[in-house]
Design a binder for this molecule. Structure first.
Ligand code: 4AD
Length: 468
């Protein structure tokens, strides 16, 4: 036990070296060669291990460097020293000593055909090499932010008294009622054809949202949240739509106020704003980008953490505000992505909750507002819009009256028998409640300045593409 601890202690990640370099000490580092530069008497290599946006400068002899090639996986041992170059420190690789382990160990070689070289690669090219695209500095930072944001969000929910639950991926219902579901048609049905589908007499689908199941959990645990994959069979070829994405969803019992739901959503996002270490990581990963992009990112983080609560306007007010720029826009129209972005970026100049949309635009489960004019019926819902991205979150109060929900389902041409279990929540111990869902990749795009949502997820799927 003591021996293995001692061995591990001398193996350092690049992150631990950056956090506490301990210059003058011996260290062993594992990583992948990003580049090698050979001179007559000395050679330099740049090593990355993905634990940090920093890479490690390594100094070795030209002879030793012959073993290194771009993309190879190596283990290097030597002394940490102050660097005369622009790096803070470097690893001076030890000279080989007969009878002792070689200070340069190639764990996995890579030859000339290695597809990543030390030059700019476009996002489109990187998508064609899914096994390697996460090794670039900018992309690896996105993965570190995903991990950071997930843990901050989990911490926030815990502190706010929410229980984390797990919801099914395979469901029998289309939560949004928009018909954008992937149907599961594989699997052997019953041989006697008594059950025409794998799961029985009805087809099953991939979940578009965990909301309906979260409502069941909320009826038992009061405050619940989850983060789960969501699937949408919509052929939207845009930079903010995926066929498979992750959704963070929360459901709160005992609220009759949309304000409560928006406050939770706002606090959750504030908790995921990069702290100083994460901010340095993202900025460092964008060091090849223009200083304008770096400034934009800092402004976005400041915008999210501004002390004053985020703006809230009703849909009706939003239409009025937008009419100056879009004169043909009228009450009842859906706001286009361009209009959403304009509202947040130029009119509000920050995040904005748009509430109380016309009823006909929204799904069956949203709670109807009391209105005098039925032609202007609205529901107690909100979309959170942010500059340059548009919609980040959708949420609402849920209809908790059995009869009203039934008639909403009828109005939407839905069969109440398909959602009997959901209707039962209104039959027995119905409770006022509301919740929301946030597209996690949209948050990642906004915070990390990722232009296309396909670069915000490990293995993107969209209509026409499912690589590996
Ligand atoms: O507005 P949506 O469709 O709301 C729901 O699904 C609710 N049932 C959630 C709830 O109340 N629990 O989706 C919620 C969010 C959107 O605001 C958007 O950020 C994201 O999910 N989203 C997508 N993200 C990536 N690709 C897509 N195709 C997306 N569709 C929605």
């Amino acid at each position: 036990m003591r021996t293995s601890r001692a061995v591990l202690a001398s193996v350092r990640t690049i992150r631990s070296l950056v956090e506490s370099p301990r210059l003058g000490e011996d260290a062993t580092v594992n990583g992948w060669v990003r580049s090698v530069r050979r001179m007559k008497k000395v050679a330099f290599a740049d090593i990355g291990d993905g634990t940090s946006a920093d890479t490690l400068a390594v100094v070795l002899t030209p002879e030793q460097s012959k073993q290194l090639s771009t993309g190879a996986c190596v283990q290097l041992s030597g002394k940490l020293s102050e660097s005369p170059g622009n790096q803070k420190f470097e690893l001076q690789v030890a000279e080989p000593v007969p009878g002792k382990p070689d200070p340069v160990k190639v764990l996995g070689p890579a030859d000339q055909s290695y597809p990543l070289q030390k030059k700019f690669h476009t996002a489109e090219y990187l998508r064609t090499i899914p096994s390697f695209r996460w090794k670039t500095l900018g992309n690896s930072s996105v993965l570190r932010y995903r991990s950071y944001a997930q843990s901050r969000i989990a911490r926030y929910f815990e502190s706010a008294g929410f229980t984390q639950v797990s919801s099914p991926i395979i469901t029998s219902s289309d939560c949004e009622g928009a018909g954008e579901v992937f149907t599961i048609n594989s699997g052997e049905p019953d041989k006697n054809q008594k059950q025409p589908y794998f799961f029985g007499d009805k087809p099953a689908y991939l979940s578009v949202s965990s909301q309906l199941h979260l409502e069941v959990y909320a009826a038992a645990l009061s405050r619940v949240w989850n983060m789960a994959p969501a699937f949408r069979a919509e052929k939207s070829d845009t930079n903010r739509h995926l066929s498979e994405f992750w959704m963070v969803e929360a459901e709160l019992a005992f609220t009759e106020s949309l304000k409560d739901v928006m406050t939770v959503a706002e606090q959750m996002i504030r908790a995921a704003v990069p702290d100083s270490a994460m901010a340095i990581d993202i900025i460092q990963s964008n060091k090849q980008s223009s200083s304008t992009k770096q400034e934009t990112l800092k402004q976005r983080w400041q915008m999210l953490s501004q002390p004053k609560p985020w703006a809230r306007v009703t849909y009706t007010e939003a239409v009025e505000l937008l009419r100056k720029e879009f004169p043909s826009l009228k009450w009842g129209d859906s706001l286009s992505s361009e209009q959403e972005k304009h509202l947040a970026a130029h009119i509000i100049q920050g995040p904005v909750f748009v509430t109380d949309y016309p009823m006909h635009q929204k799904p069956f489960y949203m709670k109807k507002n009391a209105v005098s004019d039925e032609t202007k019926a609205t529901v107690a819902c909100f979309d959170l819009l942010v500059p340059e991205m548009g919609e980040l979150i959708g949420g609402s109060l849920r209809e908790d009256d059995h009869q009203t929900l039934l008639s909403a389902m009828n109005d939407n041409n839905m069969n109440p028998d398909d959602l009997e279990w959901y209707l039962d929540l209104r039959k027995y111990g119905s409770f006022p409640h509301g919740g929301y869902g946030m597209g996690f990749e949209r948050l990642v795009c906004f915070v990390c300045g990722v232009e296309n949502i396909r670069e915000a997820i490990g293995f993107p799927r969209w209509a026409g593409s499912c690589v590996c």
